[in-house]
Design a binder for this molecule. Structure first.
Ligand code: FAD
Length: 561
């Protein structure tokens, strides 16, 4: 990496101090190199279009915890705002701050990984991706989940920001329960160990000497880098089974072929109600490794199998669908794994068959390979058919609550916003049970035409942008308040205005924690609450609907209306 002229935004003296820590090869202020770290990609490209995401002034790549702590101390000394990133896959969240003077701390050189097979945990640094962890874990008959962001996502960054994937059906949703211990460089540069890492790097359980502090680094929502830097994590792994899935294909057209002890079942049900009943019964019987209500959008995209031509193929098949055809399609996809033995697999298959029969289900022809559960090779295709996907809300609640929120979401979308983006033909938004059906995950997306949202796009439509933000910041939070459904993106993409009453006064707690731990506000300066920045740009996005809802929640005896 070349080190050319330092940006004026970071003084020559501060730059020299940074250079002394990592050596000249691993720090740069070259605009071309910094440009690569500018927040784009995924739905948050939207924040780049609004000029919220800017190019960092400088990039630094530390090699170990000591260097990270020294860098953070230099930042505190010179008042330089900084932003950690593990693989910078979610660059927008790592640079959404309306300023040009920050230092991006790229942690990818810190990539040590040790697996304690007997005690079933991995001790790793921020540069470790899911692809690497999953591959190493499977060699030892262990496994973990992989998020839909793909195998290239960093495990630590993902656990701190989101941390859910399809295999959470059996191995728990809550990332906090998987973090056995953490080594943390506080926003002011102190090194703190938590959980069982307090006990000399033995990370096999969550306990440790003193109070358990791991929870301050991740709760329902995320700090998005505004709470210092995690430099090591002891991460719980789960037993797998000895027969290995075999990789097949190349590039986007990649999958793993399943061994006999793992099997997919696609099942068609006569109605949404019978499908839901089957979900509950499968959870009650405690069988299954993964259970998913397949949305038509995902099914159509996956049929295209990552082909270069996939966009055209998708448009051809999508345009043939109608609300009427979709109202008759109710497909559940179930993965069974004989974790302990072939006998377990056969038992689960018998139970599943009974449940399917009792609910009038019909098994469909199912390919015995996987591209979206263990490796997420198909991730880029899934999200980007229209060039932009706005992730409107995502989270977990009871199945009943999740379904109600989804129905209200779809009603409102169909009534007032349908022509703004891809027609989803009134299908319920994506939902699936997690934690053996104790809760249900849902994700509501809007697939917008990027040419209409990008100010430089040929069909830019500012009115549409405002409407998309109204739906995101006013309509959907009002639905959440009415149904009691809580979004995971509360503190990082929503407006603090809506969070006051509706999300346990999260903003009050965010402010308290930030004041205590990040008093200079340098750790990801400007975060959380990206929604507040958007409010300055689009004042109209907070409508009377949400104002009235917030007022009603404040006056109500209990959260929810
Ligand atoms: C198409 C798509 C689908 C996705 N679907 C899912 C999904 O189903 N489930 C899921 O869990 N996630 C999902 N994600 C989110 C994805 O997993 C994130 O990219 C990931 O959580 C962040 O890891 P990263 O390596 O990509 O990001 P980074 O950009 O490196 O970091 C993300 C955030 O964490 C902070 N951070 C990074 N490293 C550290 C550290 N060591 N200490 C403190 N803070 C740090 C950064 O400042 C930033 O705010 C999806 C993303 C995409 C693009």
């Amino acid at each position: 990496m070349s080190s050319v002229k330092t940006k004026e935004l970071i003084s020559e003296e501060a730059y020299k101090a940074l250079e002394c820590i990592v050596g000249p090869k691993y720090v740069t202020a070259d605009p071309a190199e910094c440009q690569a770290y500018t927040g784009r990609g995924y739905s948050f490209e939207f924040f780049w279009w609004q000029d919220i995401c800017r190019r960092p002034a400088c990039i630094i790549l530390p090699e170990n915890t000591e260097q990270v702590a020294k860098i953070v101390k230099v930042c505190n000394h010179y008042g330089i705002p900084y932003q950690p990133g593990s693989t910078f896959g979610w660059v927008p969240l790592s640079s959404t701050n309306l300023r040009d003077d920050f230092l991006a701390i790229d942690l990818k050189r810190m990539d040590k990984l040790e697996i304690d097979e007997k005690n079933m945990y991995a001790l790793m640094e921020p540069g470790i991706t899911y692809a690497r962890l999953q591959a190493e874990a499977m060699k030892r008959d262990l496994h973990t989940m992989v998020p839909a962001g793909g195998g290239g996502v960093a495990v630590i960054a993902n656990q701190l920001s989101t941390g859910w994937g399809s295999l959470c059906y059996r191995i728990t949703m809550s990332q906090v329960r998987r973090m056995n211990g953490v080594e943390w460089v506080t926003p002011e540069g102190e090194v703190v160990r938590m959980g069982s890492l307090v006990n000399d790097y033995s990370g096999y359980w969550r306990g440790g000497l003193g109070p358990g502090l791991v929870g301050i680094l991740k709760g329902q929502s995320s700090w998005a880098g505004s709470m210092g830097i995690v430099t090591k994590m002891a991460f719980k792994l789960y037993p797998f089974q000895p027969e290995k899935p075999e990789p097949d294909g190349i590039g986007c057209n990649t999958c793993v072929n399943l061994p006999p002890r793992m099997r997919w079942y696609n099942i068609s049900f006569p109605s949404e109600e019978t499908l839901e009943k089957a979900i509950r019964a499968i959870g009650n019987a405690q069988i299954g490794a993964y259970v998913n209500r397949v949305p038509a959008y995902m099914r159509e995209i996956s049929r295209c199998r990552g082909s270069v031509e996939y966009r055209n193929m998708f448009w051809q098949s999508w345009s043939q669908l109608t609300p009427e055809t979709l109202s008759t399609i109710h497909v559940l996809r179930v993965l069974l794994i004989g974790y302990t033995s072939q006998k377990q697999f056969e038992y689960e298959e018998r139970v599943l068959t009974d449940i399917v029969n009792e609910n009038g289900g019909t098994p469909l022809r199912t390919r015995q390979s996987d591209e979206a559960c263990f490796m997420y090779a198909c991730a880029p295709d899934i999200w980007m058919a229209t060039g932009s996907q706005l992730l409107i809300t995502v989270g977990t609640e009871s199945l009943r609550c999740t379904r109600q929120m989804g129905d209200d979401f779809q009603d409102r979308w169909t009534r007032d916003y349908k022509t703004d983006a891809l027609d989803q033909y009134q299908e319920p938004p994506w939902y699936m049970p997690v934690e053996f059906g104790r809760t249900a995950y849902s994700e509501c997306d809007g697939y917008y035409d990027s040419l209409r949202l990008d100010p430089d796009g040929s069909q830019y439509d500012r009115e549409l942008v405002i409407r998309s933000q109204q739906f995101f910041q006013s309509v959907v939070p009002s639905i959440e308040a009415r149904t009691g459904w809580v979004s995971n993106f509360t503190t990082f993409t929503r407006c603090s205005y809506t969070s006051d009453a509706m999300y346990h006064n999260a903003s009050v707690w965010v402010d308290r924690f930030q004041k205590e731990f990040n008093p200079q506000g340098l750790s990801n300066a400007g975060f959380p609450y990206i929604g507040d920045k958007l409010l300055d740009i689009f004042p109209g996005m907070i409508t009377d609907e949400i104002k009235d809802t917030v007022k009603a929640v404040k006056e109500a005896k209990w959260r929810g209306l």
